[in-house]
Design a protein around this ligand. Structure first.
Ligand SMILES: NC(=O)c1ccc[n+]([C@@H]2O[C@H](COP(=O)([O-])OP(=O)(O)OC[C@H]3O[C@@H](n4cnc5c(N)ncnc54)[C@H](OP(=O)(O)O)[C@@H]3O)[C@@H](O)[C@H]2O)c1
Length: 305
């Protein structure tokens, strides 16, 4: 099978298509024929070597955490899915060594969920990592209905899902976005939208979800409030009795099942910017690193060069 392989840390040019053996699903695993995967900021961190300390396996490496596809084969004792089922999954590639930028991926069936029934299966690859991160971070924040939540980077992949999930839970969402993204943030469910951190009234939010790496946003949280960041390079610094946490996404097929249903229910929207081939994953890395993309960058292994 074809896969995009990293043989050495470095720039996007290090990513190259290679022929690898098709994985064989082990006990409790499913083999998925990939319809699409997605590029996430973590892929750039891994490729460049900045995340080397967190990578548990050697070269050559297949990157990618998200996948949407069709079950091609079930391993022994894998009973949750049948051949032909449409699934989504997140593989914590740095920990498991199982990357998704490939034609086929074998992984534990407990990491997978039925894909949303509605729409192009490829678009579902926008959901797993960003959706799980947003949902798990919100659970950690544990806001009460009616609380005010500030989301930074609110039209980003993680921030966008967080705004939608929070609005659906009856929270009053404040959004910090780049100038020009105000309407997009409102469309996701934000009630108040700011394009400059300094414009957000001090202590106006009960809690903060920082996806933009904007630690100064803590000033917008009331004394004794709660805050979660997912950007370890720009952590929040606890102050004024605010409960401050850092969150790292965890694999969770059960939670992904619920998120997939929320897509079908129209609570979550899948935003896709562009689709790349396995041979052009490096271009997707360049685009994501440059900033300004709105919607996920997907990889379709069936596309030619
Ligand atoms: N800890 C974890 O488990 C975990 C999981 C997922 C993601 N993450 C991290 O979370 C962050 C967001 O990930 P993502 O996939 O959502 O990225 P993304 O889609 O690029 O979203 C980030 C958004 O924040 C915006 N932004 C950045 N700085 C801003 C600022 N000062 N004010 C307003 N908006 C700002 C970006 O705008 P521009 O594009 O214009 O810069 C973009 O819209 C990344 O740092 C990623 O590494 C961590």
């Amino acid at each position: 099978m074809r896969a995009t392989v990293l043989s050495r840390y470095g720039g996007p040019e290090r990513l190259a298509v290679a022929e690898l053996p098709r994985p064989v699903p082990g006990s409790g695993q499913i083999l998925v024929r990939v319809a699409a995967s997605a590029v996430n900021p973590v892929d750039i961190e891994v490729r460049s070597g900045r995340a080397a300390a967190r990578v548990s396996h050697g070269f050559p490496m297949v990157l990618g955490w998200d996948l949407a596809g069709t079950v091609a084969q079930c391993g022994a004792d894998a009973r949750r899915f049948a051949t032909g089922d449409r699934v989504v999954a997140m593989s914590a590639q740095t920990a498991t060594g199982i990357g998704t930028h490939a034609e086929y991926v074998a992984l534990d069936e407990r990491l997978a969920a039925c894909a949303p029934r509605t729409g192009d299966l490829r678009r579902a690859a926008a959901l797993p990592l960003a959706g799980l991160t947003a949902d798990q971070a919100l659970e950690l924040l544990d806001p009460a209905p009616g609380d005010t939540l500030l989301v930074t980077g609110a039209v980003g992949a993680v921030g966008g899902f967080a705004v939608q999930l929070a609005a659906a839970r009856g929270l009053a969402v404040q959004a910090l976005v780049r100038p020009g993204d105000e309407e997009a943030a409102r469309a996701l469910g934000a009630r108040r939208v700011f394009t400059a951190r300094a414009a957000i009234p001090a202590a106006s939010a009960d809690c903060l979800f920082d996806t933009a790496g904007e630690p100064s946003a803590l000033a917008a949280v009331r004394d004794g409030g709660r805050a979660v960041s997912v950007v370890p390079t720009r952590p929040l610094v606890a102050a004024r009795g605010i409960d401050v946490r850092m969150w790292f996404v965890e694999q969770d097929g059960g939670r992904l099942t619920r998120l997939s249903r929320l897509v079908d229910d129209g609570v979550l929207t899948l935003r896709v910017a562009e689709v790349f081939s396995l041979a052009t994953v490096g271009e997707a890395h360049r685009l994501l690193a440059a900033g300004g993309t709105r919607g996920k960058l997907l990889i379709d292994p069936r596309l030619g060069n």
